[in-house]
Design a protein around this ligand. Structure first.
Ligand SMILES: Cc1cc2nc3c(=O)[nH]c(=O)nc-3n(C[C@H](O)[C@H](O)[C@H](O)COP(=O)(O)OP(=O)(O)OC[C@H]3O[C@@H](n4cnc5c(N)ncnc54)[C@H](O)[C@@H]3O)c2cc1C
Length: 434
């Protein structure tokens, strides 16, 4: 496993640099240890900090806190999804369980930003599932039926209306859902770091190398120190498999995205001055594309099995070219050279798009695998895995545990080959939408 800090992501570069970064450099003991400081780990730490003000709680990350996928995502806090990664399950009962979890995820983030007065460019503008292919209307009509049965407000839109709303002629058909929020993921996760309770000891740039259980204690080895803990929560999402956690139930996928600079006044006028919007693809491997509050365009149109996970600059440049083409296809009137940054991020997938939320041993807990929708769900799962690890129960845990559990995956190399083949197939199906 390899994760390094980099300055490739616009969302991170928008923030002021943090100081007082502590790195683990000795051997320590604690009551609680959380590995991974993204939405999941930060949320677990917050909850434990509130539940146990007198106990020693340690949160560790291999890189700077929050600078993994949690600040590198597209910023859609979703209430509904059409595709989860490259699969979709519209069976009503299962879909409702999933949507119930999304709702709780939105609630937990709303509560957090209200309590701490967080400015994260929150915009309840809903989202579009859009396609350039008229024949995708059938998919959207079926989706519309599911949404109607579950009471989600939405409407179908055609090219003319879309051109007005999005500033591009590219899309011929879309379904707009009223629910769903667009936000700045970097600002959100930074607020989670800044407001951690005082009794949380945060160590960054400290990679967990190895861990084992000895009697009732978990012993964790880092490069320059070790931690002995009574209970541990793993919140490493895309890196669960590399730590040997639920290995036959999840696998990492590397995504890349690019963001333009802010459009100039003239450029913005040339596309009709649209309000902020977010489009998700109808076909699983199509592009996610967003117009931000400050008139930047974000595009994500790749998902790959990639080793070693994070991409080098030259690999990123190749993806950035694809993203430039994706923007040009939609906005031919804009200049060619407006991409300001391109970055990669690692997410975790399961076979049936379900999440992991589990006690895997007496004092070992895991939460992760949000299949590309982890802003709300990760924050929810972090909070609730802390409650579960405290041997308590809540309505939220009951809702989470009512979901279908992740299904078994074959070992490598069969798994990697299978996933690669599926990705190629889905890319082919979505080639006009990339
Ligand atoms: C390009 C992109 C677009 C996305 N778009 C969206 C979107 O629009 N909406 C949405 O809801 N979700 C989206 N996601 C997914 C979302 O970002 C994730 O689901 C979410 O960030 C998961 O949070 P997390 O805290 O579980 O994991 P992460 O944020 O990945 O945090 C895990 C942390 O664990 C640390 N770690 C790993 N291994 C070790 C180790 N051995 N020792 C110590 N620390 C370790 C990592 O450094 C990392 O900081 C997107 C992701 C990407 C990459």
């Amino acid at each position: 496993m390899e994760v390094v800090n980099d300055n490739s992501c616009s969302w991170v570069n928008d923030l002021s640099p943090r100081n007082n970064i502590l790195t683990l450099s000795s051997d320590i003991d604690c009551e609680w240890l959380i590995i991974g400081a993204g939405y999941t780990g930060l949320s677990a730490a917050r909850k434990l900090g509130q539940l146990y003000p007198g106990q020693k709680i340690v949160l560790v990350d291999a890189q700077l806190a929050g600078e993994g996928a949690s600040s590198r995502n597209s910023g859609y806090l979703v209430d509904t999804t059409l595709n989860d990664g490259f699969t979709s399950n519209k069976e009503l009962d299962n879909y409702k369980k999933k949507a119930d979890i999304y709702k709780l995820g939105i609630d937990v983030i709303k509560k957090f930003i209200k309590e701490y007065q967080v400015d994260c460019d929150w915009n309840e503008c809903g989202k579009y599932f859009a396609s350039s292919k008229k024949e995708d209307k059938k998919i959207l009509e079926n989706f519309s039926e599911t949404l109607s049965k579950l009471g989600f407000e939405h409407n179908l839109l055609s090219n003319k209306e879309l051109k007005k709303r999005l500033g591009t002629n590219f899309y011929n058909i879309a379904l707009h859902t009223k629910g769903g929020i667009l936000l700045h993921p970097g600002k959100l996760v930074r607020a989670m770091i800044d407001t951690l309770p005082d009794n949380i000891n945060l160590y960054e740039n400290s990679l967990l190398l190895d861990w084992k259980k000895k009697n009732d204690t978990v012993i964790c080895k880092f490069k320059n120190g070790s931690i002995k803990t009574k209970k541990i929560i793993f919140a490493t999402n895309g890196f669960l498999k590399s730590l040997g956690l639920k290995s036959n139930y999840n696998f990492p996928i590397t995504l890349t995205a690019s963001m333009t600079r802010s459009l100039t006044k003239e450029e913005f006028v040339s596309i009709g001055e649209p309000k902020e919007w977010g489009v998700l693809p109808v076909r699983p491997m199509g592009a996610t594309i967003r117009m931000t509050k400050d008139k930047r365009i974000l595009i994500r149109n790749t998902a790959e099995v990639f080793n070693p996970y994070q991409m080098s600059k030259s690999e990123l440049t190749k993806r950035s070219l694809k993203q430039k083409i994706g923007i040009k296809k939609r906005f031919p009137e804009l200049p060619d050279d407006i991409i300001q940054s391109s970055w990669s991020g690692i997410v975790s997938r399961t076979r049936n798009s379900s999440q992991i939320f589990e006690k895997i041993d007496d004092n070992v807990f895991v939460a992760g695998c949000y299949n590309g929708s982890g802003i709300g769900v990760g924050t929810l799962f972090g909070e609730q895995i802390a409650v579960k690890a405290s041997n308590e129960n809540t309505k939220e845990i009951e809702t989470i545990e009512a979901r279908n559990k992740p299904t078994w995956l074959p070992p490598d190399p069969i798994l990697s080959l299978g996933v690669r083949a599926r990705l190629i197939y889905e890319r082919f199906r979505a080639k006009s939408e990339i």
